[in-house]
Design a protein around this ligand. Sequence first.
Ligand code: ADP
Ligand code: MG
Length: 317
Amino acid sequence: MISEFDLIRRYFSRPTFHTDLGVGDDAALFRARSGMQLVVSTDTLIAEVHFLSGTDPEDLGWKTLAVSLSDLAAMGAEPRWATLSLTLPRIDENWLNAFSNGFYACAARYNVDLVGGDTTRGPLALNVCIVGEVPAGNAITRAGAKAGDDLWVSGLPGRAALGLAALKKNIELNPEGEAQCLSALHHPEPRVGLGMALRGIATAMLDISDGLAGDLRHLAERSGVGAVIEYERLPLLPLLAAGADETTALRCALAGGDDYELLFTASPVHRPSLAECASLLAVPLTRIGYITADKLLFQQPDGHLQTLDFSGYDHFG
Ligand code: ADP
Ligand code: MG
């Protein structure tokens, strides 16, 4: 059995690229580039709450970092440094090797240095603290949406929830659809490039980790506005093509967690630049509604407006 220190040296001490002092001392040292503001966020993943304990460790390593990167993407920030706190029930070197490979694959893709962490024994839990940079004053918060703005979403929200339902055998998807939904669940691509590209365009933004409708409520509250989501604009076709019925597709798209897509608002004058941005970055961007003065509403295909009542995931709800 290897020691805690061998474990850190073996699996979590790869070279860094923009750090003054990384893993191995009491704390790490790094510096922001001039003119940049630092952005920090932390996220914890707990076995059986955020992932099933049989999850492939390489996927889990990727996702552990990816969910934190999504928070920085939602601020329009560029990720730079991360710490990783691991709580492990036992030392399983095969698991650690795969987890570390997945984590570092995501770190390499998004140019993140792992600069420290903590390793303890207990029920499996994973925590990342991520630090990024944004040109001072250019972060995109949840607070800037205005009545008349368009409401946009990236990617295909609902796929991760559909994948989870298929995994739990609550629904049967066709093989191709199931593969896409499981990939969305296990291997989310944080929208880092998109988040940065939306500086100066998006008036408000957040990432939808807990379900589109519930997260929209957070944005609306912070901005002091309302919104209408139009059923006919929602990108449901890919969910239906995967084998979901209409009710399931709608429920997954509006209330499904774990998507890590960006939900943002922008003035209608930016429609052409957003179309360009979508094709340049090869990320689907869909205008799904608009911002109003108050109330969260859902517009049915026949034009009828009803209260938007799909709430997101609440750990204490
Ligand atoms: P301390 O006792 O001061 O908390 P530790 O023994 O926990 O120090 O950690 C030793 C070094 O290893 C520190 O630089 C710490 O940041 C790093 N470290 C510990 N666990 C991890 C991990 N899981 N991933 C990356 N670095 C880690
Ligand atoms: Mg420690």
